[in-house]
Design a protein around this ligand. Structure first.
Ligand code: B12
Length: 331
């Protein structure tokens, strides 16, 4: 039946429970997320396939290539005072593409009398399931690597009561290479295959709604959301990837002007980032402003002083503190 589905990059994993050992490794990360963002509140336990569908017979993992090509560097952005996001995270087309794929699969199974459910939320460990069904293998950067698309594949997971033939795991490894671990700006990749979330910039920029520690802020550069990609950019397996040229993303959301973001209005937020995946994870325009203020502090450009001074007088104590930090850094 899998062949009839006619979708590239599909793997079928068995519907088994995750092991106690696996649960022990993953739970602390879910607990961290649950205490860091309203989005993950109460979602601090691993869910097994049967928790979503008691009569589950197969787990389906799909991969979607998502490399958008080389982006401007920190220095290039500094010239124009621009922040930066991941095109994937601000592309409505990409989001729509994933939705269409899901709807297509849903219809495929429903037409054949089976149930089908997306389990792509945080409580279902997709990488783990993906590593068991040949979609890819764990790289030392703790991301699943596909033989052709490297670590630039976005993963989705589904359960169904259709019994599908399972796929074997892919046995490959990074060998002696550890470039990603050396490149991580905060040392979050402290051991091969393991990422310390509390050090990962992506956690802080996108998930952490508590205070971002100052040493971490300094490493954020001009990143505005979950878009530190050092550990993917340096990987030799990603060096010859072709960019996804069928999907586009709005330039003004990829490279926004920082002073504008720092004072973004409700209307601008609602018609822009709020509609995107980046906005979904940022949750509130306040955190986009926060990240923009951090980026301004990191550019250390005197022209930002006026905007930052205004923010030190705004009604939000947290933002005031970030603005004061940025001003200090510029001064
Ligand atoms: C929580 C989370 C994060 C956290 C924690 C990161 C992490 N390493 O898991 C933070 C916020 C830091 C984060 C960052 C990023 N994330 Co994230 N994240 C998730 C989320 C929601 C859950 C992942 C999870 O359960 N982590 C807990 C850890 C403990 O699980 P784990 O890494 O699988 O742990 C296993 C390994 O350590 C392995 N292991 C241990 N020892 C050994 C030894 C060997 C030899 C081997 C082979 C394995 C191995 O065993 C553990 C399981 O038992 C998933 C979506 C989902 N529902 O799964 C996306 C997801 C993992 N993220 C993703 C991405 C792309 C990113 C980022 C690149 C940011 C971005 N642009 O989106 C960075 C990458 C950071 C990094 N290098 O890991 C993708 C990964 C796609 C892929 N090809 O793998 C996912 C799957 C989202 C998606 N739907 O596509 N993320």
């Amino acid at each position: 039946m899998k062949e009839e589905l006619l979708i590239p990059l599909v793997g079928i994993a068995p519907p088994d429970d995750f092991s106690q050992e696996e649960i022990k490794r993953i739970t602390p990360v879910l607990q961290l997320l649950a205490s860091s963002t309203p989005l993950a509140q109460g979602m601090d336990t691993v869910l097994h396939p049967r928790d979503f569908m008691p009569e589950v017979r197969s787990v389906i993992i799909t991969g979607t290539p998502c490399y958008f090509g080389k982006l401007l560097s920190f220095e290039q952005c500094r010239e124009k005072l621009l922040g930066i996001t991941d095109p994937l995270h601000v592309s409505l087309e990409f989001f729509q593409h994933l939705q269409e794929k899901k709807m297509f699969m849903n219809k495929f199974f429903e037409d054949r009398g089976f149930s089908f459910l997306s389990v792509t939320g945080g409580q279902f460990p997709i990488k783990l399931a993906a590593s068991k069904c040949g979609i890819g293998y764990y790289g030392k950067n703790s991301i699943i690597q596909h033989p052709d698309y490297g670590s630039w594949i976005s993963l989705s997971a589904y359960v169904t009561d259709a019994e599908l033939e399972t796929d074997d795991p892919l046995i490959e490894s990074c060998g002696d290479c550890g470039l990603c671990m050396d490149a991580c700006p905060t040392g979050a990749l402290f051991k091969p295959y393991k990422c310390d979330s509390e050090k990962c910039l992506n956690f802080h920029l996108a998930w952490n709604k508590n205070t971002i520690p100052k040493p971490i802020r300094e490493k954020c550069g001009n990143l505005l959301e979950e878009n530190c990609n050092m550990c993917r950019d340096i990987c030799p397996r990603n060096s010859k990837l072709k960019s996804v040229n069928t999907i586009s993303a709005p330039e003004e959301l990829i490279y926004p002007s920082l002073p504008d973001l720092a004072e973004i209005t409700d209307e601008e937020w609602e018609n822009g980032y709020a509609l995107t995946l980046a906005g979904f994870f940022l949750f509130d325009k306040k955190y986009l402003k926060r990240n923009a203020v951090i980026a301004m502090g990191n550019f250390r450009v005197k022209r930002y002083r006026e905007v930052l001074k205004r923010l030190t007088d705004c009604g939000d104590d947290e933002l005031k503190e970030y603005a004061a930090w940025a001003l200090d850094r510029i001064n």
